[in-house]
Ligand binder design. Structure first.
Ligand code: GUN
Ligand code: FE
Length: 448
């Protein structure tokens, strides 16, 4: 029994894209490595025996009747330094916002104590909101990017951390870029090695991720070198692609081809690669995404400000593209994946119905585009795990125990027994606030 524990809880998780599994007083047995060893339901013949065994060892935790257990969230795309400007300047277009606000802010992260302050807070805040795994862009500065990896490690969040590579003088300001392509590659390689060196220091692990910001800020030479690093180290990779009218056309002009085609040519796509946004992927781009098994990080709130469009999630998924969910702080202003879930549903419904009332109903929207809350929860949990190659997002044997305890006694109306067990889950997904999250667990340990 050493290091083992069990949690008895009413729990929900995604069985698949459409369906939810609900367990009434399920017994979740967690092994000493933080994996779920087995899950017993109340009708299992060993339920009482196993329950009593954990209880007698003082290793049984029983949630209250008004609390539910949910999987932790995977935020597939978040800019840690931009937490400092969350809620700022979202009325500007992407290209202005980057140059006037974002690049000057990110340049400040050479100051290690400023970086420590912001990074400490963003990791705590996202954990506090139920994000147990986060895929971060840091900044160009290698030293403070490593600090972010250490902070994730110490606070108990499963961080995927990237030192941002950007070296093209035509797309980056003088004060905020790698010196040249070779520096971009060398600094990224040094960063990968430093993170790999501390990777196993932390129970939940911490991972390096190769991070060319996006094609407008990177030279061909650096993209080629980063592709070589992806092959050499077999680590994760992230970038932005085809995000807005401006970004999509800038790349067409610069490269004579679309982002995804160029990224593929440089060896930057694959089962460990995550592309943020991508609403403007054309047919050939979509095929390349499927062939290379590259994931999209869908950032619906950010897209509402910057993307000039809504990602057609269901059409892209039907083609075979994996799509997870993300906040994209600070293109999206909130650290809460609950808000990402809500916005994914809202945006998709508006894509389906269309928004221009002067158009006839038939011409107004895109058929079958609406996502359900069940779909969005799957994207925020299981799909994120799939794209990272980790058993995350389900509360089943063999999965890592990353979870949140949500108390339904505040903010959520409970005047009667819900008609259907999923009704309570939907109330929680739409109405719960940060204060409703009473505990957060990562890899079998309580971190909040
Ligand atoms: N494209 C390049 N950099 C960024 C960024 O920081 N945020 C968003 N939303 N898009 C980008
Ligand atoms: Fe982004």
């Amino acid at each position: 029994m050493q290091g083992k524990k069990a949690i008895q809880a009413n729990a929900y998780y995604s069985k698949n894209f459409d369906e939810i599994e609900y367990l009434d007083e399920g017994l979740f047995c967690i092994d000493s490595e933080g994996f779920i060893e087995k899950v017993l339901t109340k009708d299992d013949e060993n339920y009482e025996k196993v329950r009593r065994r954990y209880a007698s060892e003082g290793q049984l935790k029983v949630l209250e009747a008004d609390q539910i257990l949910l999987p932790g969230f995977v935020d597939l795309h978040i800019h840690a330094p931009q937490w400092a400007q969350s809620g700022t300047a979202l009325d500007r277009p992407l290209e202005i916002w980057l140059n006037e606000y974002t690049f000057p802010l990110e340049a400040k992260f050479e100051d290690q104590s400023f970086a420590a302050n912001v990074y400490g807070e963003v990791v705590h805040t996202t954990l506090r909101n139920g994000t147990t795994s986060a895929v971060y862009f840091a900044t160009v500065d290698r030293k403070s990017s490593l600090l972010l990896a250490e902070i994730c490690g110490e606070q108990g969040q499963r961080g995927f951390v990237g030192k941002v590579a950007m070296d093209d003088a035509s797309g980056c300001p003088e004060y905020y870029r790698d010196q040249d392509a070779q520096a971009s590659i060398d600094e990224t390689e040094a960063f990968i090695q430093s993170v790999l060196a501390i990777r196993n220091t932390y129970r939940q692990g911490v991972y390096p991720i190769i991070t060319p910001r996006f094609i407008p800020t990177c030279t061909d030479e650096s993209l080629k070198g980063l592709g070589a690093l992806a092959r050499k180290y077999d680590v994760h990779l992230q970038t932005h692609a085809s995000e807005s009218d401006w970004a999509h056309h800038y790349v067409k002009e610069k490269m004579g081809e679309n982002d995804v085609k160029a990224l593929n040519r440089f060896g930057l796509l694959g089962p460990r690669a995550i592309i943020a946004h991508a609403p403007f992927l054309e047919t050939e781009d979509q095929e390349i995404m499927v062939e290379t098994r590259t994931t999209i990080a869908h950032c619906p709130l950010s897209n509402a400000y910057f993307a000039n469009s809504v990602l057609p999630v269901k059409d892209f998924m039907a083609k075979g593209i994996t799509i997870g969910l993300a906040t994209d702080i600070s293109g999206g202003y909130t650290p809460s994946m609950y808000q990402a879930i809500r916005q994914a549903v809202i945006s998709s419904k508006m894509l389906q119905d269309g928004v221009e009332p002067s158009r006839s109903k038939d011409l107004r929207g895109r058929a079958h585009a609406a996502l359900t809350l069940n779909n969005a929860l799957f994207m925020a949990t299981v799909a994120g795990g799939q794209s990272l190659g980790l058993p995350l997002g389900k509360l089943e044997a063999g999965y890592i125990f990353d979870a949140q305890v949500v108390d339904t006694r505040e903010n959520i109306p409970r005047f009667y027994e819900e008609k259907h067990v999923e009704d309570l889950l939907h109330k929680v997904l739409l109405l719960s606030q940060t204060v409703n999250i009473k505990e957060v667990w990562v890899q079998g340990e309580q971190v909040i």
